[in-house]
Design a protein around this ligand. Structure first.
Ligand code: 5GP
Length: 173
């Protein structure tokens, strides 16, 4: 397994997360914000981001995994769902990376059925070139090309999550 040099450095990440937090703080000023992190991948982005958001907020988490059925329709399995009542809350869903969009689209639709006051999505990384399901993204950290990346919470086989930067991952042959 080979992890190359940083694709996004610690400095680039910290600067971008601060910029996102600044915009989100302004957008949610005076609102009843519930930040919902999608685990495990978003755990570092989520904790960095919420600490820089100035708006008072509540937090909760979703643990979900997705898999493709044979007809290529994505199915999402919920391992842990949010406990907070979302009614009348301004919910911000925080994800690590959007690839096909299947996972996020499914989670978004589930949340919308619970009747939040508003629902927006923030993703650290966006792999636009791989999109299969159109899902509206309100805040994006970085657009990245179609490479498998690890670090800053993202894994390969539950490893490399603790790398402080984002790196392209290659399986050694
Ligand atoms: P989607 O449903 O958008 O296809 O997949 C989203 C999930 O796939 C992410 O939450 C993440 O777990 C995984 N994923 C997609 N691309 C990558 C990648 O480049 N690196 C890692 N580590 N996970 C990825």
């Amino acid at each position: 397994m080979v992890v190359g040099k940083p694709f996004l450095t610690v400095e680039q990440i910290h600067q971008r997360v601060a910029e996102l937090a600044h915009v989100i703080s302004a957008d949610y000023d005076g609102k009843d914000l519930l930040a919902v992190g999608i685990l495990k991948g978003a755990f570092i982005f989520f904790s960095d981001l919420v600490r820089l958001i100035k708006t008072p907020l509540m937090i909760d988490f979703i643990i979900a995994s997705s898999y493709l059925k044979s007809d290529s329709q994505g199915e999402v399995k919920m391992h842990y769902d949010i406990r907070e009542d979302v009614t009348d809350k301004d919910v911000l869903l925080i994800e690590d990376i959007v690839d096909t969009g299947v996972t996020l689209n499914n989670l978004r639709e589930r949340l919308l059925m619970q009747g939040p006051k508003s629902l927006k999505i923030c993703t650290f990384l966006d792999k636009k070139g791989r999109r299969e399901v159109d899902v509206p993204l309100d805040y994006v950290g970085f657009d990245i090309p179609n490479e498998f990346v690890v670090g800053y919470g993202l894994d390969y086989d539950n490893r490399f999550r603790n790398l402080p930067y984002i790196s392209v991952f290659k399986k050694s042959t």
